[in-house]
Design a binder for this molecule. Sequence first.
Ligand code: ADP
Length: 644
Amino acid sequence: MSKTTKNFETEVQQLLDLVIHSLYSNRDIYLRELISNASDAIDKARFESHSNEAILEGNADWKIKLVPDKNAGTLTIRDNGIGMTRAEVEENIGTIARSGTRAFMESLKEKQQLNNPELIGQFGVGFYASFMVADRVTLTTRRAGGAGCRWESTGDGTYTIEDCDKESRGTEIVLHLKEEMKEYLDEWKIRSIVKKYSDYVQYPVVMDITREEPAKGVDGEVIEGGGTIEKTTEETLNSMKAIWTRPKSEISEEEYEEFYKHISHDFEKPFRTIHYSAEGTSEFKALLYIPAHKPFDLFMRDQKKGVHLYVKRVFITDNCEALLPDYLRFMKGVVDSSDLPLNVSREILQEDVQIKRIEKNLVVKILSSLTEMKEKAAEDYLTFYTEFGPVLKEGLHFDFANKEKLQELVLFESSATETGKFVSLREYVDRMPEEQKEIYFITGISRTAVENSPHLEIFRKKGYEVLFLIDPVDEWVVQSLTEYDGRKLKAVDRGDLELDSEGEKKEKEAKKEEATRQYGDLLGFIKEKLDDRVKEVRLSGRLTDSACCLVADEYGMNANMERILKAMNQDVPESKRILELNPDHPLMRVLSGMFGKDGSDPRLADYCELLYDQALMTEGSPVRDPLRFTRLVSELMVAASEKL
Ligand code: ADP
């Protein structure tokens, strides 16, 4: 195929501009990114060669070579990794493959956050970083067994791509350095960057070093007065020590940080590092990190998740999802097993017993680290929880084995906390008034929505704390977490509430009998009018100020769940709820008066509808027919003003 010129996707160009403009203070990392890519490519070739030796093409001398050329003003990064086909080049470079990225760029643009370097670290910006130092980048590559291809761009919105011959397998990137970036040709500059950022890369990063040496004779002896000669040797610049195999005491914080950045492509420091060796039934080393911030795609389907898996220091796969349950998908790191066979196939990892054992061990370790953080560094735990709490909570639904630990780790806002502050279940139970029997919660879309719910009125009056479950995942959480410390978790908008003491109960029974006598027929009338919408109309024990509210029966679907399922485009079965009315509200007296005077008053039917709509609105649900609602309210206002 001949040479063609193509445009970058708009987002790529934006990303590129973003990288160039926001990372300039941290420019050196371009080399780390390219070396990381090269090392990943060698990992892949090495892995594939276990099952297909032909791809080696006789070259298994894995290395990454850096070639500075002062005359040409270029720095070349060459690897003998897996290489790319032309289609792969087009797919990986010049387009943004991950679907969430586009939406994220849009949201950054909206928030005018395009020049925030911390945020751009969330992309795999790797290759594009080269345009910080180069005004032209030429990438020549050949996949093992395939044909070569050359890609070139000046980073100005277009690139060219053409077929070409390339003798050796792998990728070569030539950076035509900008005039003011020529320092990157300096041997010591290159050495120091490699040492700082890529020391642990497990393949040799090499460079030809030419030194002047005194001339020697055939016998190897220095020739007196023989002058000097230039001698070039290929030197390895990195130590190649797999950081996770080294003793903790010998690893500096900085080294841990750099390794984290290498594997996560994050530009920020990790929040916590967990490094340990497991012995016994399963032998492995793990170096795990909790990132400081959640990635933008944490809740997207194509999020890159999982830790890197090695077997005896040989890379197997970089996103081993089987090693951690989904609710810990924010963790980054490396696991190096001594038990798995080297030729383990990626497909069977999901089923492998050894992997399952490692997973179990990792989960226990991570959860106990979190427990320790919660107990000893509460502020830190809060920071962690604010980022990752909603994901961690998924564990309550999916990881029955660790439920005990997880329920101590989850936190909720509540009617007794300020916005953004949390209470744990333990604290909740510890501060429950003695007569309170159960743990109460309300689910909803936001704090504001639940805070003003009429369902909370009786709890406020009694001084009982109510947990605010306002993450979408909470509806699932409460399906699994039905009890804590021997106390039931109870939704305030569901079923009957048993809040009263014996004395209060008796008093209320008497009152209820009286009210039923007074309002019984009216309740029947309202039920008849709203028959297609409600299951029952009854007097409420949970309202003190509001006139009415809707409650689900013990096992029915509540408003929040209905909303969530609808948002997920699921068919939601029509579920009728119970309309509860406050017998002490003036509205009841008015309605009862009208009803007593003339049960066929046409306004009564309208009022029933308004009552129902009120109940919907106070819980944040939409009314069925807003036009009709406003018309009824307007008519009421006119009628009221005419009476004045
Ligand atoms: P990231 O490394 O975060 O995926 P990059 O933009 O650096 O992002 O690279 C995009 C993709 O291009 C990589 O995932 C890889 O598939 C491919 N790639 C980059 N460099 C090389 C290389 N040296 N050899 C083979 N493939 C490469």
